[in-house]
Design a protein around this ligand. Structure first.
Ligand code: 13P
Length: 252
């Protein structure tokens, strides 16, 4: 039985004042979604604030990016060990916005995934196809290649301490979510790809769905056999909505 996980990806949003309100409201609601795992992935400058605010709670902290290097002359980069210093448990790697706007390639994403694990972080590896790729029936090929790059570089054992997130690019921030069946089909494909190398790891692997998850569609997505929770963008910035999605994951 996989415990569901809901992770908020704040992206480049927030302020000290707004974060305080959001985090306090989430903490106040946390009792209602006990039974699901919950995390917030915040911008780097707010890690300290969120770390302090979430101390002693069950809400985990994450970051949205990490350097593939452990330390050194890499101006502007942030190392996994630094994220650990600030209490991070998770870090998102290979989000489509990083792949698209910052030209991150599969090999670099795999290197970041490995750097995260070297630092003791749980990487949340994002995969997903564009609309053109879906229309060309290339979804399996694209997500298979993105996952395969990590399997090749890090080995299937690395997925024991990792999370995969299927985020169709056409569903991110568009209000157009994948149907539960569309999500399930890809999640099943991803789990089967891992199972070909190790059935036990595949059975335990948490695979999140991301892309316009809202309180109104969360429960039906989370009801699918291979959907183990969500990676939430816009709705994670609204305490009531994020709490409601976490509740859906907790089966309430
Ligand atoms: P939205 O929930 O805003 O569509 O964003 C999804 C996402 O990119 C989470 O990483």
């Amino acid at each position: 039985m996989r415990t569901k996980l809901v992770a908020g990806n704040w992206k480049m949003h927030g302020s000290l004042a707004a974060n305080l309100r959001l985090l306090e409201a989430l903490k106040a609601a946390a009792r209602e979604f006990a039974g699901a795992r919950c995390a917030v992935c915040v911008p780097f400058p707010y890690l300290q604030q969120a770390h302090a605010a979430l101390a002693g709670t069950e809400i985990a902290l994450g970051a949205q990016n990490v350097s593939e290097h452990d330390a050194g002359a890499y101006t502007g980069e942030v190392a996994g060990a630094m994220l650990r210093d600030f209490g991070c448990r998770y870090v998102i790697v290979g989000h489509s916005e990083r792949r698209t706007h910052y030209a991150e390639r599969d090999a670099q994403v795999a290197a970041k995934f490995q750097a995260a694990q070297r630092a003791g972080l749980i990487p949340i590896l994002c995969v997903g196809e564009t609309l053109a790729e879906r229309d060309n029936a290339e979804t399996d090929a694209v997500v298979g290649r993105q996952l395969g790059a990590v399997l090749d570089a890090a080995g299937v054992q690395s997925l024991r301490d990792a999370v995969v997130a299927y985020e169709p690019v056409w569903a991110i921030g568009t209000g157009r979510t994948a149907t539960p069946t569309q999500a399930q089909t890809v999640h099943e494909f991803l789990r089967a790809a891992v199972a070909r190398q190790d059935a036990d790891i595949a059975a335990r692997l948490t695979i999140l769905y991301g892309g316009s998850v809202k309180p109104a569609n969360a429960a039906e997505l989370f009801a699918m056999a291979d959907v183990d929770g969500g990676l939430i963008g816009g709705a994670s910035l609204v305490a009531e909505d994020f709490a409601s999605i976490c509740k859906a994951a907790a089966g309430r």
